[in-house]
Design a protein around this ligand. Structure first.
Ligand SMILES: [Zn+2]
Length: 200
């Protein structure tokens, strides 16, 4: 049996057109895929676009388009750029693809049935631009976003949470047993600390 090699880029966010950072990541993934293919591995190279989020809705509206129209345009800009660079991906996934929706629903239904998802409440300072919640200690003294500097909104909302704590011990054992499971090592320590912290 030939070795198997799987690589994915992040699925790129379609709130704006691609920039050099997207090209950089995708070209590296393409190099890795070709290298492993040359070595005789069965390779699978995935890339695509993430088409859900408030920022996309806002970007679409400000251009007088529906989120779907806007996503179609930007997503095809990504694809034609990869064609231009001769990127040989095996699949270009869009989070609006029917197969992706079905897959996500199946994953969530499984987690719900296992008791891994629970309803709770979340309060935080939300930056629309970064689509990120920040804690009281993270925001600036003017209540602005620590990343982009824009104003944050204090939001309280009912949310569904994943019961990561139930997997804490197993995860930590696994990280410990698999030295190179997360690279670079500095990032691994970060992840281990996060999980050790008993994530909520
Ligand atoms: Zn921000």
């Amino acid at each position: 049996m030939p070795e198997k090699f799987y690589v994915t880029t992040p699925i790129y966010y379609v709130n704006d057109v691609p920039h050099i950072g997207h090209a950089y990541t995708t070209i590296i993934a393409d190099i890795l895929a070709r290298y492993h293919e040359l070595k005789g591995a069965h390779t699978f190279f995935l890339t695509g676009t993430d088409e859900h989020g408030q920022k996309i809705e806002q970007a679409a509206r400000s251009r007088g388009k529906t989120p779907a129209e806007y996503s179609d345009t930007i997503s095809s800009t990504f694809r034609s750029l990869w064609d231009h660079f001769g990127i040989r991906y095996d699949r270009f996934i869009r989070t609006t693809d029917e197969s992706h929706k079905v897959g996500v629903q199946k994953a969530f239904a499984t987690m719900l049935a296992k008791g891994d998802i629970y309803k709770g409440e979340y309060t935080g300072h939300y930056c629309v631009s970064c689509e990120t919640f920040f804690t009281e200690t993270q925001i600036t003294k003017d209540h602005n976003c620590p990343d982009c500097g824009k104003e944050t909104q204090l939001l309280k909302e009912e949310s569904y949470f994943f019961r990561l704590s139930a997997y804490q011990d197993r995860l930590l054992t696994w990280y410990d047993a698999n030295e190179k499971c997360i690279l670079p090592t500095s990032r691994k320590s970060e992840v281990v600390r996060f999980v050790e912290g008993g994530s909520r």
